[in-house]
Ligand binder design. Sequence first.
Ligand code: FES
Length: 161
Amino acid sequence: MTETAPVPPTAPASVLPTPGAPHAPDGAGRRFEVHAFVCISESACARDGPAVEIQRFLKGKLREAGLKESLRVNKSGCLGQCGHGPMMVVYPEGVWYAHLTLDDAARIWDEHLLGGAPVEDLRFRTREKGTNVIPFQSREDRTPDTTSPYWSPCTRCPVQG
Ligand code: FES
C-alpha cells in the first residue's frame, strides 16, 4: 500500500479580503486577523459622539455575519488623540478614523472590515505626526480652543484653524 502525502490546508493565509471579493469563512485565517478598537473614553470620545453605540453596532454586525473568530471590535480607553472623536483604529493596517457617526460606522463595516478597503474620506489625517489632542475650552464646553499652541485640527475636524 502506498502512502499519500498529507493534503495541505486550503485556507488562505489571511482573512483580509481583496477589495470587492467576498470575505473568507470565519476562522480560515489567524484568530482576530482584523482587530478594531473604538475609543469609548469619557475624557472626550464618548462626549463627542456615539462612541459606545458605534462599538456595539460593529460588534453586533460581526456576530450577525458569523465572523467572530476572524474579526474583533473592542472597546478602548483613550487613544491619545482626544477631540477627534469618536475615534477608532483598525489593525493590522493601522488605519485610524475620526469624528465618526453611526452612518460612518456602517460604511466602515461594509467597505473596510468586510470589504477590505479603508474608507478614505473618513480617515484621521493630521498636520502633525504623533499625538494630536485638541484643547477644549472646558470639560463642559467642547468648543476647541483655537488659540492654544497645541491646536492641530485633523482634516475631518468641523473647525479648521
Ligand atoms: S478620549 Fe478618545 S482619543 Fe482620547
